[in-house]
Each structure stands twice: as C-alpha cells, then as structure tokens.
Design a protein around this ligand. Structure first.
Ligand code: KMH
Ligand code: ZN
Length: 273
C-alpha cells in the first residue's frame, strides 16, 4: 500500500492549556511540539498561530515568525497554515496569512454549527475567494469537509474551474454541529470523492484513533494533534503532540503502512506538478 502521510495539528485555535497544559502557545513551544511530532513521523504540521497568552491570531507576522522558527529546526517539514482561524474572524483576517505564500493551507468548504452555539461561516463566495487567492499565490490547498454537503460544494466549484486538481481532502469528523466519525460516515465520504483525489481524516475527540485506523486500512492519510483531541486514551491526557503521532505510527505498523517523509508527501499529494 502507499505510504502514510501523518499531519499533526499541534495548536488549534480553541483548545487551551486549561484543557491540557502541553498545548503550545509561544513560538518556542510551537517549535518544540512541531520538532518532536516530526521526529515521531509527522510530515505536515497544521498550524494555527497563537499569542503568548493563548489567544488565536491570524496575524501574518506571527505566522512568519513561527514558520521560520520551525523551519530553522526542521527545514524539510511541510507547514500547512489554517485559513479557518477561529470562529468569528472575518474572511479578510483569515486569509491575510496567504500573502506569505505558504506551501500549503486549509480551504474550508462549507458552513456549520461549531461546538454548540457558534457558527463557522464559509459561504460559497467565501470559498471562491479563498480558492482564487490560493490559486493565484500557488498555495496547495487541503479541502476541509465537515460533512457530505461540503464535498458536494467542492464538486460544484471544480466544475466552475475554481477548485483545480490535484485534489486533496480532509474529512474533519466529530465536531459538534458537523458529521460524526462512525465507519459508515467515513465510507460514505470516501466514496463521494472525485476520482483521483487523495484524502486524510481528522477525527475530533473520541473519533481520533478509530478514524485513523479506518483511513490507514483503506489507504487514506491521517491527521492527529491536540487541536483535535487531547487524550492518548480514555481519561489519559497526551503528554505531547508526538505522543499522538506515535500512536498512529504504531497502528500503521500493524497494517504494514510505512510512513511518508515530507518529500514523499509532496510526491503523493502531487505538490510539484
Ligand atoms: N478553528 C476552526 C473554527 C481550519 O483550520 O481550516 C476552524 C479550523 C479549520 O480549525
Ligand atoms: Zn485547524
């Protein structure tokens, strides 16, 4: 089977040290989490910038400082910046980081209720705006789909020529307000993808490792990290992002999936085309 791409979502925008004290906020903490996740097997770091006090920020200067600091330690690592930011941020605020011409970024493909009373807004015009900007700046997009309707939206935008192959999806499942991450959900989404698309899964909370195992088994790719889940197992907090990556590597071994390096990841995702 193809090699496994592991993405590590080290920081997120919502998870706090009050939830797990190892959630990174400062640049040094981010570098340490990225470096150890990379050593464990991650080839992509999904990054949300935070201020030292933990507040999420889409400030491009802060992103640049974090990216440079991580690349100083791990020059080869792929850094995927978030254009989702945090709920409530404007499209302009969220997209400013793209002006850094990052190698990769997320493209959120639909609106949903987010964790109870909030709404994560991604209208069709918003998605077109982000996609056009990423096309223009040559940024590889990973399409974040929180439910099946979001995949349908990407198909509509592929037809319109807004979203251009090669296509890489992420199924983010288990958000309260989005689709759950049961096996049948996973199969339904996987079978709904356009031909030749690659995909990764990001299971939120208790879905993190069950979804990871399904993707590993079916030839997909996996995202883990404190953004999505703070536990190594029920009731046991993870000591680091690397802990979560190590657990995926162990599952991958059981299925004889080798782990992709950053350069192999670029090839699998056809980033050099
Ligand atoms: N923080 C969420 C509201 C992304 O990174 O593109 C959005 C999010 C998605 O995390
Ligand atoms: Zn994110």
């Amino acid at each position: 089977m193809n090699k496994l791409i592991i993405t590590c979502a080290i920081s997120g925008a919502e998870v706090l040290k009050e939830h797990n004290q190892v959630v990174p906020y400062t640049i040094n903490e981010m570098v340490n989490e990225a470096k150890t996740a990379y050593a464990a097997g991650a080839s992509i770091i999904h990054l949300h910038a935070r201020l030292d006090d933990g507040r999420p920020t889409q400030d491009k200067k802060r992103y640049l400082d974090i990216i440079n600091a991580i690349h100083k330690e791990c020059p080869d690592l792929i850094i995927q910046v978030s254009t989702g930011g945090a709920v409530g941020m404007s499209v302009e605020e969220r997209s400013d980081v793209l002006n850094l011409k990052p190698e990769m970024a997320t493209l959120d493909c639909g609106t949903l209720n987010f964790g109870g009373d909030e709404i994560f807004i991604n209208t069709e015009n918003n998605i077109i705006y982000f996609a056009n900007k990423m096309n223009e700046l040559n940024v590889k997009y990973e399409m974040e789909c929180f439910e099946k309707g979001h995949i349908d939206m990407t198909k509509r935008l592929i037809k319109k020529g807004v979203i251009k192959p090669p296509l890489h999806y992420s199924f983010v499942l288990g958000v309260i307000g989005g689709m759950t991450g049961e096996e049948r959900d996973f199969i339904f989404l996987k079978e709904s993808l356009p031909k030749d698309a690659t995909y990764s899964v990001a299971g939120i909370g208790r879905y993190e490792f069950s979804l990871a195992e399904l993707a590993i088994k079916h030839g997909g790719h996996v995202r883990v990290g404190l953004e999505d889940n703070i536990y190594l197992e029920k009731g046991v907090l993870a000591n680091s992002n690397a802990d979560l990556v190590n657990k995926v590597v162990k599952i991958a071994k059981e299925y004889k999936r080798e782990i992709a390096s950053p350069s192999e990841t670029r090839q699998i995702l056809r980033m050099e085309e």
